[in-house]
Design a protein around this ligand. Sequence first.
Ligand SMILES: Cc1cc2nc3c(=O)[nH]c(=O)nc-3n(C[C@H](O)[C@H](O)[C@H](O)COP(=O)(O)OP(=O)(O)OC[C@H]3O[C@@H](n4cnc5c(N)ncnc54)[C@H](O)[C@@H]3O)c2cc1C
Ligand code: FES
Length: 368
Amino acid sequence: MFNIFKKKKTEPSKGVQYLSLKVREVVKETPDTVSIFFEQPEPYLDYKPGQFITVILEINGKEERRSYSLCTSPFVDPYPGITVKRVDKGLVSNYLNDHIRPGKTIDIMKPMGNFTTPFHSKNKTQYFMVAGGSGITPIMGIAKSVLINEPESKITLLFCTRSEEQIIFKKELEALTEKYADKIEVIHNLSQPSADWTGMKGRLDSTKVKEILSWSEDKATESKKYFVCGPEGLMTTTLNTFKELNISSELIYEESFYTDLDAKESALKASGEMAPSLTREVTVSVEGQEFTYEVSPEKTILEAGLDNNIDMPYSCQSGLCTACRGRLVSGKVAMIEDAGLSEGEIAEGYILCCSSKPASGDIKIIIE
Ligand SMILES: Cc1cc2nc3c(=O)[nH]c(=O)nc-3n(C[C@H](O)[C@H](O)[C@H](O)COP(=O)(O)OP(=O)(O)OC[C@H]3O[C@@H](n4cnc5c(N)ncnc54)[C@H](O)[C@@H]3O)c2cc1C
Ligand code: FES
């Protein structure tokens, strides 16, 4: 049973990155997925297609934050929206599916994320997109933006879902393929289809990815971009196939929604890649204000900071979204998950506080 407190323990609305959005409409997309559309705030929500917002809710007396990609395009859709699929026993995804109604106000952190690309009317790009389940959400916003902005670009979208009734945005995708018949092709692959299903089915494997890639070849396009978002297995299969085909990593855009940090930490420790942690003191500067606190071995730098009531920014708490990004200016940390950071950011000394543990003394991190 959810126990919702009207008054917040923390006050997230003071920082510039926080905002309150009023729910305009809730649309049931599938039996276990809803889209939540918001009224435009004043000024309009500034976002790039494919970015995500962080939803901040108080559930059972505790603040919960989760990242949700915008399913809309700022070039097409008058109102910004997110699409949330239930996760088994998941706290926030089930709350959003069951308890959100028009008129409710939800606190968010403003849009962020690098799963996006610039659009230009002169582009002649072949987009190859692979989505699995709720991974369609950011891809939908990007696809709509390509179709409206780039008349000479083409999209091939491979969308993997469990069954017919689980296909998110089914009607909207049909409408897009009808309206832009020569510009977008959507191939559904179902892992557990009904007996009537005549389309592609079974697990996604490298052969299927290669087959669809070869169909998507279009001589009229001049460049290529690849977008992948979905569960771990789909991402690994697709990215390994791209690697096998020597597709440059610069052309690949990937977004993960979930990683099991504890399992990853155990694996890193077992392989000797991560030394056992010790209790260490760290200094964190948040928007110019300095805090020094102890981090015990079982805590990440973010968790210990939050325990000390330091208002550090965060969202996914699993190393994927970069909301907790800081620059390490002295000392060393062990980062359990760095998927959210680019190679360039890592080279510049950026770390993710939610997935980092101290690996030396004298640690100082600047969060701007
Ligand atoms: C950048 C980003 C964008 C995202 N965009 C979307 C989106 O557009 N739509 C959407 O529905 N979700 C999206 N997510 C995932 C979302 O933020 C939550 O993680 C998800 O809704 C589960 O939260 P929960 O509170 O329901 O589950 P929790 O209560 O946090 O978790 C419950 C249990 O499920 C496990 N678990 C949590 N998530 C998953 C998962 N995805 N797969 C397998 N096990 C899991 C947990 O380890 C835990 O054991 C996104 C995540 C990130 C990082
Ligand atoms: S909070 Fe998302 S990467 Fe740290």
